[in-house]
Ligand binder design. Structure first.
Ligand code: GLA
Length: 381
């Protein structure tokens, strides 16, 4: 399908190389990455594709198969385009690559993604990583994979303007089939933790609220600001560089003198980091019985302490468990977006019907339901 479109738009397919990067679902460790804490995401079998070929034309020609638009630009027009938002991720990546390696040759590219946009599955990180990895490989730039993840995050922070952490770009780069990635977002050390759902007769299911609260961007940056404010206060008294450095003792002290809501925000981050470590240890010990509780505790902490859930997310988690899911919680940034569910395979159809029906009755429209597999990170296909 991609080949046909390339041929139709650019006249031929010879010489095009195709790269793809996955979306992600975070199992646990939410709103911890920009506090340099721990996260445990998986990469999913929904992808962003980047097909590239050098063109010797003195301009980039980029066709978005999602938007059915061709966009051309050159190095003089490498600035943010408020009217064509989809091009900015690619421009942002080119911008970061130039900073590292100087100008690259002009090229033709087709881009396409089947990760639903705005549903909290990190389609934008997959986009950035596919493009960064693709350009790096195609032009032999010699940028290592950790730097691919980091420059993709910088493209999002500096060019697109979203102050995200490193989790999404990192998992899109390093994800592995049937494996969860335990990432220390301070050191960027990571560990592949085998997470074979088939063995447990479970399925990874994402339920999309289909809503994007208008406060989304603002809510996320407000949380980041609150974290920084809390850190500033704490650093006057405690020897820490980030909230991640709190230990039992310093955490207790923080709870005594921080005002609300900073105190609650810090409590979420502190406990969530612990939950990630416990979750990973229990998977390694093959002790899956404890996982649902960690996930529910995470959700409740995001609801009451970090305040990033919404009525629709809370409803979906409550119903998911009521209808017999093994585990459920919100995933991603929150304020809308999706829940992650581990559902027994033999109850899947009935469970999905029940969820859709009760969501429709309550909110008047259907949620999106996606059955997913844990897949590999970015690569050439
Ligand atoms: C978004 C950001 C991530 C992370 C999550 C919350 O997905 O892009 O960096 O902060 O929210 O865990």
């Amino acid at each position: 399908m991609l080949n046909e479109t390339i041929k139709r738009i650019f006249g031929h397919i010879e010489g095009f190389r195709i790269f793809r990067a996955p979306g992600r679902v975070n199992l646990i460790g939410e709103h911890t990455d920009y506090h340099y804490g721990f996260v445990l995401p998986v990469s999913i079998d929904r992808y962003f594709y980047f097909c590239i070929k050098e063109n010797n034309l003195n301009k980039f020609r980029i066709y978005s198969d999602n938007f059915k638009e061709l966009y051309e630009f050159d190095f003089n027009s490498l600035k943010y385009n408020p009217e064509k938002l989809w091009i900015n991720y690619l421009k942002g990546v080119i911008n970061e690559i130039i900073k590292l390696k100087g100008k690259i040759p002009y090229f033709d590219a087709l881009i396409y993604g089947d990760i639903p946009m705005g549903s909290g599955l990190s389609s934008s990180a997959a986009y950035e990583v596919a493009v960064a990895f693709g350009m790096n490989t195609y032009f032999n730039l010699g940028i290592d994979k950790k730097e691919i993840a980091k420059l993709s995050q910088r493209a999002e922070n500096n060019f697109v303007g979203a102050p995200c952490g490193i989790m999404d770009q990192f998992i899109a780069t390093f994800g592995k089939e049937n494996t969860a990635l335990f990432i220390d977002t301070l050191t960027l050390d990571f560990e592949n933790v085998p997470f074979d759902l088939n063995k447990r007769n479970l399925k990874l299911v994402v339920v999309d609220t289909k809503i994007k609260h208008s406060i989304a961007g603002e809510g996320y940056s407000t949380r980041r600001r609150e974290g920084e404010e809390a850190l500033k206060i704490l650093r006057k008294y405690l020897p820490i560089n980030s909230l991640r450095d709190l230990n039992d003792e310093t955490f207790k002290i923080s709870q005594e003198f921080l005002p609300s809501p900073l105190k609650e925000r810090v409590a979420h981050v502190y406990n969530e980091n612990k939950r990630v470590v416990d979750f990973v240890n229990d998977i390694k010990r093959d002790n899956w019985e404890s996982l649902p509780k960690y996930m529910l505790d995470s959700h409740l902490s995001l609801k009451y302490l970090y305040e990033v859930t919404c009525e629709e997310l809370d409803f979906l988690v409550e119903k998911a468990l009521e209808y017999g899911a093994f585990a459920s919680r919100m995933t991603g940034g929150g304020f809308g977006g999706s829940t992650v569910n581990l559902v027994h395979q033999d109850t899947l159809d009935k469970w999905s019907d029940n969820i859709s029906k009760s969501y429709r009755e309550k909110f008047g429209f259907d949620p999106g339901i996606l059955l997913l597999n844990i897949s590999d990170g970015v690569r050439e296909i």
